[in-house]
Design a protein around this ligand. Structure first.
Ligand code: AP5
Length: 210
């Protein structure tokens, strides 16, 4: 069984790479950010509890996240492994995950802070299939038309603005980056230079997984 954690700051390219690794490995992508956005959209209790934290660029409390993951991991597509995107983000989340399943690889996509704001503020995605694009770095081939599904409804995230990004970056440095030491001590931590072309990064990640 292979369980992968994609680790890195906001805008590092976790979601972009997750879509590609899913294609290559068949592992389901489990993104706590996507799960929380769906919960907010559907007005569930989890969504109501999480919304203000997300709008403020703060981490949602561990108990909410751990409950979400415990439920998700029971679904049938997760029985042969999972690719976690944006989870765990704190040591208590990592400890809870270790009680549920063995993590075999942690892929840390490293991007300098000064690149993050331009990446996040230029991001848009397809409302139909979720494919992620960027105004300058990764635009759709045809203006406004999704390369993956042909949909023409593009959206931007509510938390993709400069002030929230800076708060998200600060949460990453204070609460999430200490996890690197935690995983490094277990010998499963792979650092990938994320400040390069998308294809080169995918190729390095697949090599680290082989
Ligand atoms: P979440 O949705 O997880 O956001 P994030 O971690 O801030 O990461 P992003 O989705 O913003 O970025 P990404 O690394 O996926 O980059 P992407 O591939 O899109 O979390 C949102 C919120 O939910 C959090 O703030 C928190 O409140 C809450 N939350 C979620 N999980 C939680 C948890 N476990 N615990 C507590 N709270 C939690 O790429 C970004 C852009 O760059 C795109 O436009 C893309 O096209 C472009 N790009 C990608 N790769 C490259 C490249 N190599 N070169 C140039 N451009 C690139």
């Amino acid at each position: 069984m292979t369980s992968i954690v994609l680790f890195g700051p906001p805008g590092a390219g976790k979601g972009t790479q997750a879509a590609r690794i899913t294609d290559s490995t068949g592992l389901p992508q489990v993104s706590t950010g996507d799960m929380l956005r769906a919960a907010v959209k559907n007005g569930t209790d989890t969504g109501i509890a999480a919304k203000q934290y997300m709008d403020d660029g703060k981490l949602v409390p561990d108990s909410i996240i751990i409950d979400l993951i415990k439920e998700r991991i029971l679904e049938s597509d997760a029985k042969n492994g999972v690719m976690f995107d944006g989870f765990p983000r704190t040591v208590p989340q990592a400890e809870a995950l270790a009680d549920i399943t063995e993590v075999t690889h942690v892929i840390a996509i490293e991007v300098p802070d000064e690149r993050i704001v331009e990446r996040i503020c230029g991001r848009y995605s397809c409302a139909t299939c979720g494919a992620v694009y960027h105004d300058s770095f990764n635009p759709t081939k045809l203006d406004g038309v999704c390369d993956e599904c042909g949909g023409s409804d593009m959206k931007r995230r509510a938390d993709d603005n400069e002030s929230t990004v800076l708060q998200r970056l600060s949460a990453y440095h204070e609460q999430t980056s200490p996890l690197a030491d935690w995983y490094e001590s277990k010998g499963i931590f792979h650092r990938i230079n994320g400040d390069r072309g998308i294809d080169e990064i995918t190729s390095d990640i697949l090599q680290a997984l082989s």
